[in-house]
Design a protein around this ligand. Structure first.
Ligand SMILES: O=C(CO)COP(=O)(O)O
Length: 251
């Protein structure tokens, strides 16, 4: 049985005081982590504050990115070793916004995945296709390629323990969600790709999220699907009441 995981991705939103107020508002209302892993992915600037505010509670904290080296002359980058030292558990990598606006390649993302595991954290690895690829009927091939390249060299145990988020680019922030049937089908493609590369035992364990215009009103439809183990949520994770409602939708 795979434990559900709901992760908010705040993207580049909030100030430190707003991040702290959010954590204070939600931290005592997070469901037990025997039911669901509840995660907030924050800008690096607020991670230390969020770690302090959420200490001893069921709220887990993710970074939205990191570099693939632990230290050195990499101006402006965030060290995975420093994230691990803060107690951060998850790092989102390969988000379509980073691939598109910051030109991250599959190889860059793969190096980050290795660095995250080397520091004892868990990657939330994002994949997803454009509307053009979707309409051309090439989604499955696209997703297989992103996963194959992004996970190169990881061990079976590492892949089994990670989280893979399927986020169709055409459904991100557009209000146009892939319906639950499509989400389940493509999350199934993700799982089959993992099975082909790492075997069935690994693909039965890896957790797969759907992301793209998930809201409290539609979360239950996604969670009811066989291949969907959780959600990666942007806009609807920004307000405490909405984030808590997403978690309620899983219970
Ligand atoms: O990109 C996303 C999460 O990483 C999805 O964003 P929205 O939930 O705002 O569509």
């Amino acid at each position: 049985m795979r434990k559900p995981i709901i992760a908010g991705n705040w993207k580049m939103n909030k100030t430190a005081s707003e991040a702290k107020a959010f954590a204070e508002a939600v931290k005592n209302n997070i469901p037990s982590n025997t039911q669901v892993d509840s995660v907030i992915g924050s800008p690096a600037l607020f991670l230390q504050e969020l770690m302090a505010s959420s200490k001893g509670t069921e709220l887990k904290i993710a970074a939205q990115n990191c570099y693939s080296e632990n230290a050195g002359a990499f101006t402006g980058e965030t060290s995975p070793a420093a994230l691990a030292d803060l107690g951060v558990q998850y790092v989102i990598i390969g988000h379509s916004e980073r691939r598109e606006y910051f030109h991250e390649s599959d190889a860059d993302i793969n190096k980050k995945a290795h660095a995250i595991f080397a520091n004892g954290m868990t990657p939330i690895f994002c994949c997803g296709e454009t509307l053009e690829t979707y309409e051309a009927g090439q989604t499955a091939e696209w997703i297989e390629n992103q996963i194959t390249a992004g996970l190169v060299g990881l061990s079976n145990e590492q892949v089994a323990s990670m989280v893979i988020a399927y986020e169709p680019i055409w459904a991100i922030g557009t209000g146009k969600s892939a319906d639950a049937t499509i989400a389940d089908e493509i999350c199934g493609v993700v799982r089959n790709t993992v099975a082909k590369l790492y075997g069935k035992e690994v693909s039965d364990r890896v957790r797969i999220q759907y992301g793209g215009s998930v809201k409290p009103e539609n979360i239950a439809e996604y969670m009811a699907k066989e291949n969907v183990d959780g959600a990666l949520v942007g806009g609807a994770s920004l307000e405490p009441a909405s984030f808590l409602a997403l978690l309620e939708g899983v219970k």
